[in-house]
Design a protein around this ligand. Structure first.
Ligand code: UD1
Ligand code: MG
Length: 537
């Protein structure tokens, strides 16, 4: 029979330390597929639109509350969420007691959940709630039968099959040890029964704790209706107490996520090495190679190709994008038809427009790169604005940091930056400008101008022959094999090295210190800026 009051409160127990995790961090803040356990439980509860949620905090209370509050601020909810404090962790029953003041005068049903059940779904909770209300029970709980029930409290049944109570593993009598029916720890009770019952809990058990599970036996002893519901999906109700259990759960959740996206039209070449998190979205006809981690709020468009070995976190990737092997992206945006990699690193604030090419060994950070622009080789683009259809030559570096502050480089449209260019920020290279290879750009280059700061080349005729003669050396090809063998025999040369090495080593050792070459600082000639097209070019 449906009860008159359909008010619903939720209590989530998240105060425990989680000793079996052997961690400084509160257990409920450990993650499965990138999401802290307690947030999964919180989200499942909020999906039922309850009147109030109390998350009981204790160990690392401030941090647990902060993580929950931050998550709620991001997702938004109408439901008030409060954080009662359990000062000392004296058991699950004591934790519920800490939440009781938040429900003073509350006449409705209370779902009581543990914060260490990361795969819990709203469907399971509403099934239990509906069952509880239909049965008109004072207390209802899920049950499950596990092949390996170790770690769980067991359901004790009466001769007639009705529930008698829950016994913690450590308190099991020898005769009960074979019981495989467990208590998953998901309860629904009327506030009218539960809250007063908490006062009757005792610590006369193996762990000297106030067990919440004791209220089951109490309700039975009071002659109140107690309902049980076998869990529909036993994988989702597992409580995580150890790193091993966490790894097992991670594996199941990860597999389920990959399957969900396969059903949505995404190809995974090797599903076993694809690591996805819940907030990720992937468009149909995208193909994903082996060994990828797609994390956070990463959104990948349709028809993309990810060759493999990629770590993408909070990346927004358009349609038909090709990520070649070995790409790391964090907090960045990539437009349609872009090509990135192999071996590229897109750091936060990188925004690539349509059709951009970022090639091998290129790093970008806080870089806005315009449509059709290419930076294909060995380049650092940091704190930079690059226009459309510009070509950034191999080995270009934006020198953005002077040891005190970061400075911006602005590069216009249709610009040609020659190979091995350094752009010493703040500096601007305007539209249609050229920068010659090997230039250090230290002042602005106006539109259509050429900037060049090359040291003029000197070509010295006959230099090599003179040098060799001076060193008493002969051309390499004329050297007989016997010379090499003799040098090796004299142990002057490590195996695998040639005579030139030996000669150099000997020469260096012989040369008096004063005669050795010293490196003189070379004055950097200022960049010369040629004005734009003048007559014929
Ligand atoms: C509990 C149940 C057990 C059940 C299992 C299901 C009890 C006594 N036992 O055991 O029957 O089979 O869950 O997973 O309830 N917590 C507090 N304050 C405390 C102690 C715990 O807030 O003083 C919180 C923890 O943070 C955790 C949850 O309660 O989120 C459960 O505690 P845990 O120690 O994991 O209980 P189990 O031993 O797993
Ligand atoms: Mg547990």
């Amino acid at each position: 029979m449906e009860r008159a009051s359909s008010r619903l409160g939720v209590i989530i127990l998240a105060a425990g330390r989680g000793t079996r995790m052997r961690s400084e961090r509160a257990k409920v803040l450990h993650t499965v597929a990138g999401k802290p356990f307690v947030l999964s439980v919180l989200d499942a509860a909020l999906a039922l639109a309850p009147d109030c949620v109390a998350v009981v905090v204790g160990h690392e209370a401030g941090e647990v509350e902060r993580v929950c509050a931050l998550h709620l601020a991001g997702r938004g909810t109408e439901t008030p969420v409060v954080y009662p404090l359990q000062r000392e962790q004296r058991g699950t029953g004591d934790a519920v007691r800490a939440a009781a003041p938040a429900f003073e005068g509350f006449a409705g049903d209370l779902l009581v959940l543990y914060g260490d059940v990361p795969a819990l779904t709203p469907a399971t909770l509403s099934a239990l709630l509906a069952h509880h209300r239909r049965a008109g029970a004072a207390l209802s709980l899920l049950t499950a039968t596990f092949d390996d029930p170790s770690g769980y409290g067991r359901i004790r049944r009466r001769a007639n099959g009705g529930i008698a109570g829950v016994v913690e593993e450590r308190d099991l009598a020898a005769a009960e040890r074979g019981t495989r029916e467990v208590n998953p720890g998901i309860y629904c009770a009327t506030a009218g029964f539960l809250l007063p019952a908490l006062a009757r809990l005792r610590t006369d058990n193996a762990q000297r704790e106030y067990y919440l599970t004791d209220v089951v036996g109490m309700a039975v002893a009071d002659g109140l209706p107690v309902a049980t519901l076998p869990a529909a999906n036993i994988e989702e109700i597992a409580g995580i107490n150890s790193r091993k259990e966490m790894a097992g759960m991670e594996e199941r959740v990860r597999r389920a996520l990959v399957e969900r996206w396969m059903q949505a039209g995404v190809t995974f070449r090797d599903p076993a090495t694809a690591y996805l998190e819940e907030g990720v979205t992937i468009g149909a006809d995208t193909e994903i190679g082996p060994n990828v981690q797609i994390l956070g709020r990463t959104a990948i468009g349709r028809g993309c190709r990810i060759d493999g070995t990629a770590l993408l976190r909070d990346a927004a990737i358009g349609d038909r994008v090709h990520l070649r092997l070995g790409v790391v992206m964090t907090d960045c945006r990539v437009g349609d038809d872009a090509v990135v990699g192999p071996f590229a690193h897109l750091r936060p604030g990188s925004e690539l427009a349509t059709g951009v090419h970022i090639g091998n060994f290129v790093e970008t950070k806080n870089a806005h790169v315009g449509a059709g622009t290419k930076a294909n080789h060995l380049t650092y683009l940091g704190d930079v604005e690059v226009g459309d259809h510009t070509n950034i030559g191999a080995g270009t570096i934006t020198c953005n940091y002077d040891g005190f502050a970061k400075h911006r480089t602005v590069i216009g449209n249709r610009v040609q930056i020659g190979s091995d260019t350094q752009l010493v920020a703040p500096v601007t290279v305007a539209d249609d400008a050229y920068v010659g290879a090997g230039t250090t750009v230290t002042s602005d280059v106006p539109a259509g101008h050429l900037a060049l700061s090359r040291v003029p080349q000197r070509t010295v005729a006959g230099w090599v022959a003179r040098k060799r003669a001076k060193a008493g050396d002969k051309p390499v090809q004329a050297r007989p094999a016997a010379t090499i063998a003799a040098a090796r025999a004299a142990k002057a040369v490590p195996a695998g090295k040639g005579v030139a090495f030996a000669a150099r080593a000997i020469g260096a050792a012989k040369a008096p210190l004063a005669k050795r070459k010293t490196v003189r600082p070379i004055a950097r000639p200022p960049a010369r800026v040629n004005s734009g097209p003048r007559g014929k070019r």
